[in-house]
Design a protein around this ligand. Structure first.
Ligand SMILES: NC(=O)c1ccc[n+]([C@@H]2O[C@H](COP(=O)([O-])OP(=O)(O)OC[C@H]3O[C@@H](n4cnc5c(N)ncnc54)[C@H](O)[C@@H]3O)[C@@H](O)[C@H]2O)c1
Length: 256
């Protein structure tokens, strides 16, 4: 099927859809015909993304929703709201919500460690679990859950003990989910971005960015749309025989 229409009639949920990579994923899924639930802790950003979505393909209907992925109750309410609105659970879910709270290991507050693990790792678990439970309960024939990890989950990064641990964690979570959920037709994969231009990396000092750029074989930072393209592939049936993998989108940064 042509990429431009391969997600027609698919209901998709994107967390962290209000900004950066999540927003680009929403735009890409919508451009391929999917209906998109833009979920974010920031209502305003979720609505900004919603307004930017293409909506002229068959049967498309998007919505924005507020969720705190680190709260079980909030995630449960989100999935219930989606099922009430669309009479089905999302068969594609992209976990892109994430935060950083950087500091050197020797100084890192316990709170900063807990916050990042709670949003990035526990949040991915809660959303993955709630979506998988809803898909299994309604006997859906297939599902694809994509979680945005990070290359630093594999290689570590100075100042990011909490973040690297959370991103290594989502890979273990995803591989286990892939093993447990295959028998229900649900595939689970990770995308591991390198350095991508988003509000998250806008916070990184210029000096660090230019050092990082010099390490990237393709010689530049990535764009959110370049990560979104890979998420759309993993969401679609073009990747129907792929589960439990981590796909690096790094411009070659830290090639094994
Ligand atoms: N930008 C990069 O270079 C890069 C690299 C590797 C991985 N990532 C990962 O990609 C994902 C998206 O990052 P980004 O760069 O687009 O960042 P971003 O800050 O632009 O977007 C993150 C979004 O997540 C939302 N969010 C934060 N906490 C939330 C919560 N508790 N519940 C729901 N939504 C919440 C924010 O409101 C924001 O809209 C993150 O998981 C990040 O760790 C980014």
């Amino acid at each position: 099927m042509a990429a431009a229409t391969r997600l027609i009639s698919r209901l998709t949920l994107v967390t962290g859809g209000g900004s950066g990579i999540g927003r680009a994923v929403c735009q890409r899924l919508a451009s391929e015909g999917a209906s998109v639930v833009v979920a974010d802790i920031s209502e305003e950003s979720a609505h900004d993304t919603l307004r930017s979505l293409q909506r002229d393909l068959r049967g498309q209907g998007h919505m924005a929703a507020v969720v705190d992925v680190s709260s079980k109750e909030s995630v449960k309410n989100l999935v219930t709201r989606i099922q009430t609105h669309y009479f089905q659970p999302p068969s594609v879910c992209v976990n892109a919500a994430g935060i950083t709270q950087d500091d050197f290991l020797l100084n890192m507050d316990e709170d900063h460690f807990d916050n990042v693990i709670r949003v990035n790792l526990k949040g991915s678990f809660l959303v993955l679990q709630a979506v998988a439970q809803a898909l299994v309960a309604c006997g859906a024939p297939k599902g694809s859950i994509v979680t945005v990890g990070s290359i630093v989950g594999k290689v570590g990064n100075i100042g990011q003990a909490n973040y690297s641990a959370s991103k290594a964690g989502v890979e273990g979570l995803t591989r286990t989910a892939a093993k447990e959920l295959s028998r229900f037709g649900i595939r689970c994969n990770c995308v591991l971005p390198g350095f991508i231009s988003t509000p998250m990396t806008d916070k990184v000092p210029e000096k660090v960015i230019s050092r990082m750029k010099s390490l990237v074989p393709l010689g530049r930072m990535g764009e959110p749309a370049e990560v979104a393209d890979v998420c759309a592939f993993l969401a679609s049936d073009d990747s129907r025989y792929i589960t439990g993998v981590s796909l690096e989108v790094t411009g070659g940064l830290f090639i094994g």
